[in-house]
Design a protein around this ligand. Structure first.
Ligand code: SF4
Ligand code: MSK
Length: 628
């Protein structure tokens, strides 16, 4: 066994990377062909063109589009895996999985134009699954779920010819366009960045969310706990980490298996304790209240508690260093996806057909590993916090309007009367270039203090949960008066956890519901709303940001911005794109200033809507009614 002091953790690795490449930071390096690598000098002297003649605008735009394509591919391949499992469930070929939300299945079938008369739920599910899967390979027309967007938004996309045709097609075209000697007009490249990203948000990600809800249940409010304290010294601790809930759902099920529970007890453990990291954590928190250990930058530290028997990972945001850190402890790292193996980890290949069996194998392996713990290694931080999660779009409607009148009307009313100033989506990762969670917290606290309701997903939600902002009691202490009144009346925290990275699609649906409810304009770009990813790091975040901008949302990213090497492209993304799409990007790394920018934007939108002055609700007496 190695000694933890002999290896580097992410903080030391980050230090050893310094100084990081300035060309890379500005987005002006290109290695798209073997004439290069080329880099453009950020100063007037030095090379201003690559060997092929590409300038800084083209190089930064190509790099940006490639980030969008990679991010969209990650979300969309997740969506495809879910659709494939869904079809097997419908055919009865995936033991352990089931169709849990029949109502949502019927709604989706209706949206997809499937005739359901006389069909059994499995037959409907099969058609829905096949239709969803076909969305990936579609060559023409438009993605079915883009029709959910407000009509005005759809018209904007059509006029710009950026309605995504097929999810895979847009990603492939992005790679084609950015190949050496193809699309060399940065504005044209950016139009495709929008199209490709829309194929993610209104396509791959939305399909993932919809089908996961139908299979595993649409989330409803659920209590949970977060932070390292959820690891228990007397339990067999299993961590699930990554993004796809396909295996983790089965692990949750396997951990309840009476035989395995008994086996754990026989080995001296009190019970089997499951905890999550990153978005797999969010998925099983949203549906089962399974505790969360931490977000992206907590993954190595979780192993150093010495109390983790197994960390089972699937895809995305998994550090290659995990087996190295685990080699200092008894922890076993298990990879489970054929798409994501790590040298030094144990690979247990799982398919839909054998998922439950493999999940039981993993749980059993963890139980057996319990005896290998070194008592002296165990050091579990005590911090733990309560939270409430499980806010799907459907649940928000239900909470606001009730069973029979489920709607966003109370939210719209309270935005119009000024109790709620606006809505913010705060999402995204951790980044070691800033103190972990610090920018998320500064930003979100400032927003709720100013009566802005915050919708969250991903690692940002976990950051705020650790601080208590997702607790419906503690969270109120940070709220402005108006937001507090509404949260108290409805019984929700001021920071609403909507799920994992693919569940950013829920925020698109929620924004559309606000528009359709009435009184706040006729497009997403009219809403007093803004978005941010203050500690982003992944290409998926860029894809998410781009589909929010292309859907009409002002979106601010912190830490670093990947196009600063091109004045033209940066000006386009920060300003000119707004004339085309109604949304735009901004870059600001200070949490307080991000909040100010978002609030300023929200206030401008309120002014445009004519709701910039608080209007209290007037109760009409009989005389006033007569006059009416
Ligand atoms: Fe250099 Fe052009 Fe090749 Fe890029 S595509 S590496 S800029 S020659
Ligand atoms: S896990 S993409 S670090 S949010 Fe979705 Fe967190 Fe960012 Fe991964």
């Amino acid at each position: 066994m190695k000694n933890i002091n002999e290896i580097q953790m992410y903080q030391q690795r980050f230090e050893s990377q310094k100084p990081q490449c300035g060309f890379g930071l500005l987005g002006i390096c290109c290695r798209n062909c073997a004439l290069g690598p080329c880099r453009i000098s950020p100063f007037e002297e030095g090379a201003q063109l690559g060997v092929c003649g590409a300038n800084a605008d083209t190089i930064t735009a190509r790099n940006f589009l490639r980030m969008v394509a990679a991010g969209a591919s990650a979300h969309s391949d997740h969506g495809r895996a879910v659709a494939e499992t869904f079809i097997k469930v419908a055919k009865g070929e995936a033991p352990g999985y089931e169709i849990k939300d029949e109502y949502k299945l019927l709604k989706l079938a209706f949206e997809m134009g499937i005739k359901i008369d006389g069909l059994k739920k499995e037959e409907i599910a099969l058609q829905v699954g096949e239709k969803c899967l076909a969305e990936f390979g579609k060559q023409e027309g438009s993605l079915i779920l883009t029709k959910r967007a407000p009509l005005k938004r759809q018209k904007i996309w059509t006029a710009l010819n950026i309605v995504p045709r097929g999810i895979d097609r847009e990603i492939v075209e992005a790679l084609h366009r950015t190949h050496m000697g193809t699309d060399q007009d940065y504005l044209n490249l950016m139009l495709h960045a929008s199209r490709c990203a829309l194929g993610d948000g209104w396509g791959g990600s939305m399909i993932a969310t919809e089908l996961q809800d139908i299979m595993f249940g649409t989330p409803v409010p659920v209590r949970g706990r977060v932070n390292f304290g959820v690891l228990k010294e007397n339990c067999v601790n299993i961590i699930v980490h990554g993004h796809e809930p396909l295996l983790s759902e089965m692990i949750v099920l396997a951990a309840e298996d009476p035989q395995l529970v008994q086996m754990a007890k026989d080995k001296g453990a009190e019970e089997i304790n499951i905890g999550g990291i990153c978005c797999t954590a969010n998925e099983i928190l949203m549906r089962h209240g399974i505790p969360i250990i931490g977000n992206f930058l907590n993954q190595e530290m979780a192993i150093t508690t010495g109390a983790v028997e197994i960390m089972a990972v699937d895809v995305q945001c998994i550090m290659q260093s995990l087996p190295l850190v685990a080699s200092c402890f008894h922890t076993k790292i298990i990879t489970t996806s054929e798409k994501a193996k790590i040298t030094g980890a144990i690979h247990i290949s799982f398919t839909e057909e054998n998922a439950f069996e493999k999940a039981k194998e993993i749980v059993k392996m963890a139980i057996e590993n319990f005896a290998n713990r070194k008592k002296s290694d165990i050091s579990i931080p005590e911090q733990e916090m309560d939270l409430v999660a499980g806010f799907s779009h459907e649940t928000i409607s239900y909470i606001l309007g009730g069973m029979f009148r489920a709607s966003y009307k109370p939210l719209n009313d309270n935005i119009i009367n000024g109790r709620i100033r606006g809505v913010a989506g705060v999402v995204g990762c951790n980044n070691c270039k800033v103190v972990q969670d610090s920018v998320h917290l500064k930003l979100v606290k400032k927003l709720i203090e100013n009566d802005v309701l915050v919708l969250q997903t991903g690692c940002s939600a976990i950051a705020c949960a650790k601080e208590g902002l997702l607790d419906s009691i503690r969270g109120l202490d940070f709220c402005g008066k108006g937001l507090r009144e509404v949260c108290e009346a409805v019984g929700i925290p001021p920071v609403i956890h909507m799920g994992s990275c693919v569940d950013n699609s829920r925020i698109l649906v929620a924004a559309t519901a606000l528009v359709k409810e009435g009184g706040l304009g006729d497009d997403i770009s009219d809403l007093p709303a803004a978005g941010a990813a203050p500690e982003w790091m992944s290409e998926k975040a860029i894809s998410i940001g781009q589909y929010f901008v292309a859907s009409g949302v002002f979106t601010i990213f912190g830490v670093t911005w990947p196009t600063l090497g091109s004045e033209n492209l940066t000006r386009y993304l920060f300003n000119e794109i707004e004339n085309q799409l109604g949304g735009k990007w901004a870059f600001e790394s200070d949490g307080e200033k991000i909040a100010q920018l978002m609030i300023k934007h929200i206030d401008e939108k309120r002014k445009k809507l004519g709701i910039d002055r608080a209007r209290e609700r007037i109760l009409f007496d009989m005389e006033m009614r007569r006059q009416l």
